[in-house]
Design a protein around this ligand. Structure first.
Ligand code: SAH
Length: 399
């Protein structure tokens, strides 16, 4: 068993940890000198020696570790992880039982009491994503725990813990069981998606947008022309086409998006004739659309929170207002803009301010139709608001 190390919490952080704030901040601990290795279990005490919580040390963007237990005697071993995984699986019973959806999140990091790790399910296959070397140190216990709790066809992993939190592609992502076909086909509310478990950092679809795709398909797409920007594999376009959109246009600057988007249409038997897939910088496309006086009934904006291309850098917190202004100009009156962001740097209220500002600066009236945040399987803690990163707003351009 690994040795546990005692550390002292600075007074002003104690209440937050007692109340369930799960992220161990570097500045909250008097000294990290004794904790030399990631994956070390640390016991946090106040200055009088009273136990507060047990955590592990792992370096991940804003934090130095995650809380594990409020029980001083908790032993962090396979049995501990089995209990965590069992309860997170039980929380997703509805998903396991639903035959029309075969891809969902099984364990969502700190939302399920285990910061630094996510586990996703893809039609019998499990994908573990490690967000720090610290949590990866527990790999064998966690893997054995998972195997003891679930039935699986195969298990895969992604490591996202070099210095910038990026994906490490130095080895095979396959761990055990049987290898998945490339791609495997999963279902989401009856829609097919092609998923690649061993082809880079991303597998082909972002599961956290499930309810947004359903809303587009069921309520917003019929008879509409759709522009999907930052489209990746075109999942929103697929939803729109299946919902009866007359035409979809998907724009992404990554070359892979052409092949990947065609494939997502094909696995749903959607005729490609009415689907336009464009490999281009979205900001150039906006210029082109304005020049050609193109107008769309539904425009989806789903940029990365931060991106650097040859010509520019885009940061959601700085540039979302301008992005919206571009979109407003090419949206029909009465049309809908789906504004989405996964930036954890600002909350729904600030996002609302961005929307207000963009419409005001163009002197255009709007109405908010509905808002989405993370779906149920992406479980979040009330005590950790930053974990609830997804914000999606359906905005109607009134006049
Ligand atoms: N909306 C997608 C996910 C978007 S991921 C979905 O629902 O699946 C972000 C995408 O933005 C990536 O595919 C990336 O290639 C693309 N991207 C980043 N900057 C871009 C730019 N300036 N123009 C076009 N695409 C861009």
């Amino acid at each position: 068993m690994t040795q546990e190390i005692d550390v002292t919490v600075k007074p002003r952080f104690i209440q937050a940890y007692k109340d369930g704030y799960p992220l161990i901040l570097r500045e909250s601990i008097e000294s990290w000198d004794k904790v030399t290795e990631e994956g070390t279990v640390i016991n946090l005490f106040d200055e009088k020696g009273k136990f507060i919580i047990k955590a592990y040390h792992g370096v991940q963007n804003k934090g130095y570790g995650w809380a594990l237990s409020s029980n001083k005697n908790e032993v962090i071993n396979q049995d501990y992880f089995s209990r965590k995984i069992k309860s997170s699986v039980a929380y997703r019973n509805d998903f396991y039982a639903d035959e029309s959806t075969t891809a969902f999140r099984v364990l969502n990091g700190e939302g399920d009491g285990l910061g630094g790790l996510t586990i996703d399910y893809f039609d019998g296959y499990y994908l573990l994503t490690w967000y720090s070397l610290g949590i990866y140190e527990f790999k064998s216990d966690i893997l054995e725990a998972l195997k003891s709790v679930v039935e699986y066809k195969g298990i895969y992993q992604k490591k996202r813990f070099d210095s910038k939190g990026k994906y490490l592609d130095d080895e095979d992502d396959f761990i055990c069981g049987e290898r998945a076909e490339a791609p495997i086909l999963v279902k989401e509310n009856g829609v097919n998606f092609a998923i690649y478990l061993d082809d880079g950092a991303m597998v082909g679809v972002f599961l956290d947008q499930r309810n947004v795709r359903k809303a587009i398909r069921d309520k917003y797409a019929k008879g509409k022309t759709v522009l999907n920007t930052f489209s990746y594999t075109g999942a929103f376009s697929v939803a729109a086409a299946l919902g009866g959109a007359t035409r979809t246009t998907s724009v992404d600057l990554a070359k892979r998006s052409l092949k990947k988007t065609s494939e997502q249409f094909e696995v749903n038997n959607i005729d490609l004739d009415n689907q336009n897939i464009i490999v281009e910088d979205v900001f150039n496309y906006f210029k082109f659309a304005v020049k050609k006086k193109l107008l769309f009934d539904l425009v989806v904006l789903d940029p990365p929170s931060f991106a650097r291309s040859k010509k520019r850098t885009f940061s959601a917190s700085k540039d979302y207002v301008n992005l919206l202004k571009e979109a407003i100009q090419i949206t029909n009156r009465g049309g809908i803009i789906v504004a989405s962001t996964n930036s954890a740097n600002f909350n729904m209220m600030t996002f609302g301010d961005f929307i207000r500002k963009a419409f005001k600066e163009l002197n255009v009236k709007y109405e908010i139709k509905e808002r989405f945040s993370l779906p149920k399987d992406f479980r979040v803690l009330d005590e950790f608001k930053a974990g609830n990163y997804l914000k999606v707003v359906f905005i109607k351009k009134v006049k």
